[in-house]
Ligand binder design. Structure first.
Ligand SMILES: [Zn+2]
Length: 63
């Protein structure tokens, strides 16, 4: 297991995007730039709504 991905939603502009659960850098909203998650050394700490867990990368969904 390489870690999960999470479908998250920006609290400011409601943009939805997928973020890696063990992100090693800050994750910013692709639309407004708000910080959505910060690295902790383990699972990232999310500062936004986590809609669901995505167990596989979207691009690998049919593998
Ligand atoms: Zn945003």
């Amino acid at each position: 297991m390489a870690g999960n991905f999470y479908q998250i939603r920006c609290a400011d502009c409601e943009n939805e995007q997928v973020a890696f659960g063990k992100a090693s850098t800050e994750i910013h909203c692709a639309v407004c730039g708000t910080t959505l998650a910060t690295p902790t050394g383990g699972d990232a700490e999310f500062h936004c709504e986590v809609i669901e867990t995505v167990e596989r990368r979207p691009s690998e969904a049919q593998v």
